[in-house]
Design a protein around this ligand. Structure first.
Ligand code: NAP
Length: 251
């Protein structure tokens, strides 16, 4: 029987999720690259397979329970039981509170919180059966509060509470759960933020970098590196933690 571990990375068609999927594949895991449509996962999957790794594309909406159940079944069938989950899928619907709609609120809660709940719940039995597992949830520095992001900051703070409870409930089965809270990372999401603010992206980057102690903005690989650490065998005594990967201290 193969001893290769199987990971699911959500929102892995692009951005941070894609970088995490590629990193886990180069660490030796087989990776289910999950995003809204199977087609959108093609670039990440081919980058992994061309580098000699193993990956499949899985189309699913994490906010939809039935879609997630079907996705996990596909992973079990095509790769085997998943024991690593990275809850990365995310959206923003930014607006000042007085202009934010209930739909903006529900959409963000649906993808980040219900999505992470759905995927983790469906995968945890495979981790418990294996007596080993790793869960990594994407939070954000916005969890500490950010203008225009009442919905997103609440969801990202929620991811931290969710992570700590998973760590407490699943620890005795050999499962760790940790969260990564990125600062400014260059992806389509931060391009969209600059656009909403009406600032050219290069100016937005320069202004942000000037506020960051290491004097640069982050890249998806910075987050992938931290995910790789949490998932590694040697990190088995690290659980229920939140690491801010933001080029400087946050609290
Ligand atoms: P991104 O480039 O927008 O990528 C997010 C991915 O998630 C997209 O491929 C998106 O698919 C997918 N997705 C959205 N809704 C989904 C759903 N319901 N089911 C499955 N997949 C879905 O974002 P990113 O910047 O890489 O962010 C990744 C994670 O890091 C998010 O949780 C984000 O909140 C967090 N984060 C990012 C930053 C940053 O500075 N970039 C900072 C802190 C935290 P579509 O393209 O089809 O919508």
């Amino acid at each position: 029987m193969s001893t290769q571990k199987i990971a699911i990375v959500t929102g892995a068609a692009r951005g941070i999720g894609s970088a995490i999927a590629k990193r886990l594949a180069s660490d030796g895991l087989a990776v289910a690259v999950l995003d809204l449509t199977e087609d959108s996962c093609a670039d990440t999957v081919s980058a992994i397979t061309e580098a000699g790794g193993k990956a499949i594309a899985v189309g699913a909406d994490v906010s939809d329970e039935a879609s997630v159940t079907a996705a996990i079944e596909k992973v079990v069938e095509e790769l085997g039981p998943p024991t690593v989950v990275v809850n990365n899928a995310g959206i923003i619907r930014d607006n000042m509170l007085f202009k934010m709609t209930v739909d903006d609120w529900d959409a963000v809660m649906g993808v980040h919180l219900r999505g992470a709940f759905n995927v983790t719940k469906a995968a945890q039995k495979h981790m418990v059966d294996a007596g080993w597992g790793r869960i990594v949830n994407l939070s954000s520095t916005s969890a500490l509060g950010n203008r225009g992001q009442a919905n997103y900051s609440a969801a990202k703070a929620g991811m931290q509470g969710f992570t700590k409870t998973l760590a407490i409930e699943l620890g005795k089965f050999g499962v760790t759960a940790n969260a990564i809270a990125p600062g400014f990372i260059e992806t389509e999401m931060t391009h969209a933020t600059a656009e909403r603010m009406g600032v050219p992206f290069e100016d937005f980057k320069r202004a942000s970098a000037a506020q960051i102690p290491v004097n640069r903005i982050g890249v998806p690989e910075d987050i992938a590196h931290t995910a790789s650490f949490f998932i590694s065998e040697g990190a088995g005594f690290v659980s229920g933690q939140v690491i801010y990967v933001a080029g400087g201290p946050k609290d």
